[in-house]
Ligand binder design. Structure first.
Ligand code: NAD
Length: 423
């Protein structure tokens, strides 16, 4: 894992994001100015701010908010707390949000935010003060009609509640639509917590027949047994009859070829903080997990995990990217040559932003839907989006990621052309 992490650190995710645009721009013959426009973030804000720590000392933190493209509507994207957050990582994530919203045809552009911090070493009070101050710093450029943050790695519904409250205090009235992924009691949507994993499980179900996989009884492995990964696993096991054989998190992994009981693993993780040490399973490194012989591999941790060094060792028939950017472009070619079906991040994890959109729509209307309605609409969006991409992949004889980018980039470019360039 140490070697993999070192390799991952050397790859600039924004370069990856820009290269992906170039590949599609060549394919669809995009005008040179449009290519440059789509490779450039629209607006970036860097903020440096102090936070009072529990020992009454003050520490400086740096955070970012990047609004990548707003041609199709207000920008949408999560906020990540992590020691390795960088401006280029946030730019890449904001670009991917732009394509993701377009792939599932939401009336949104893309954005992302991040704060360089180690939330595991901070108390709840410190995290609240950090969140409220960061929200105040980016307040001029967020809002329900402008840019709507959501949770990402190491941020959650509590973080969103603090941002919603901070924003509302400044406005003088409650503005639930400023963030999504809020607690239900504050205008959150039913089903938002499980939306990313559920959406991923729907896309796997739709793609499986075309990849020669029968989901019932299929074996699968999850790298990153967090929100997205564990929910996808639970739905694949409990609703679709698949068999979880390996799972990991930042501390390591576990492997049990006869099948891991998903609920029991979740209970173990919530008790001990990790999947490591799960009774009856063998230990497994994250690198080994990626190379395990399974039908379905779900990378659900961080970016740059499948690289040109390990791509030819992947044995899965389907790679479903619950994480953002887990595969580098060179590795894509290898996976395609090996006839592995890749369900790209901008499709496979778009369930989260889809239910975020439902949440925002409900907040704006002040009218809330029951869970069954949310789940039904999510399923419709994921199934239709997979079909759109599969059709383009077949017609152009390209892999699914390229097809997803073709669909997304064409939708964004069309919006820009038809709006015209101001002034
Ligand atoms: P999370 O914090 O709940 O889970 C992340 C998991 O990955 C944790 O279990 C963590 O221990 C593990 N992890 C961290 N570093 C690792 C490493 N080097 N190797 C293996 N495991 C590691 O976060 P999440 O919300 O589930 O997000 C995971 C991924 O999914 C991210 O790429 C995120 O951008 C993406 N995503 C999440 C959502 C969402 O709604 N939560 C939506 C779209 C995309």
């Amino acid at each position: 894992m140490a070697k993999l992490a070192h390799e991952a650190a050397q790859i600039n995710p924004f370069e990856t994001a820009r290269r992906q645009i170039d590949i599609v721009a060549d394919l669809i013959g995009l005008e040179p100015w449009m290519r440059e426009l789509l490779k450039s973030p629209k607006r970036e804000l860097t903020v440096n701010f102090p936070v009072r720590m529990d020992d009454d000392s003050y520490r400086m933190f740096t955070g970012y908010r990047v609004q990548y493209n707003m041609a199709r509507g207000p920008s949408k994207g999560g906020i990540r707390y992590h020691p390795q957050v960088s401006l280029d990582e946030v730019r890449a994530l904001a670009a991917w949000m732009t394509w993701k919203c377009a792939v599932v045809n939401l009336p949104y552009g893309g954005a992302k935010g991040g704060v360089i911090c180690d939330p595991k070493k901070m108390s709840k009070g410190e995290l609240e003060r950090l969140t409220r101050r960061f929200a105040s710093e980016i307040l001029p450029i967020i809002g329900p009609e402008m840019d709507i943050p959501a949770p990402d790695v190491y941020t959650d519904s509590q973080t969103m509640a603090w941002i919603m409250d901070t924003y509302s205090m400044q406005k003088g009235y409650s503005v639930p639509g400023v963030v999504t992924g809020k607690p239900i009691s504050l205008g959150g949507s039913q089903g938002r917590g499980e939306a990313t994993g559920r959406g991923c499980a729907y896309v796997i179900r739709e793609a499986a027949p075309n990849a020669g996989v029968k989901v019932k009884g299929a074996s699968f492995a999850v790298q990153g047994f967090g929100n997205a990964g564990s929910v996808a696993a639970k739905i694949l096991c409990e609703e679709q009859g698949a068999k979880l054989v390996a799972a990991s998190d930042s501390r390591g992994g576990v492997y049990k070829p006869e099948g891991i009981n998903c609920s029991a693993l979740l209970a173990h993780k919530s008790k001990t903080g990790s999947v490591v040490g799960f009774a009856g399973a063998k230990p497994l490194s994250n690198e080994e997990l990626l190379q395990t012989k399974v039908d379905i591999l779900i990378p659900a941790a961080l970016e740059n995990q499948i690289t040109k060094k390990n791509a030819d060792k992947i044995q899965a028939k389907i790679v479903a990217e619950a994480a953002n950017g887990p595969t580098v472009p060179e590795a894509d070619t290898t996976l395609f040559e090996k006839k592995i079906t890749v369900l790209p991040d901008i499709l496979a994890n778009a369930g989260g932003v889809t239910v975020s959109y439902f949440e925002w729509a409900q907040d704006i209307q002040g009218y809330f839907w029951p869970l069954a309605e949310v789940t039904k609409r999510l399923e419709q969006v994921m199934v239709q989006s997979y079909k759109d991409i599969h059709e383009v992949a077949q017609a152009r004889q390209v892999h699914n990621r390229t097809a997803a980018y073709v669909v997304a980039i064409q939708r964004v470019a069309d919006a820009i052309r038809i709006r015209g360039i101001y002034p």
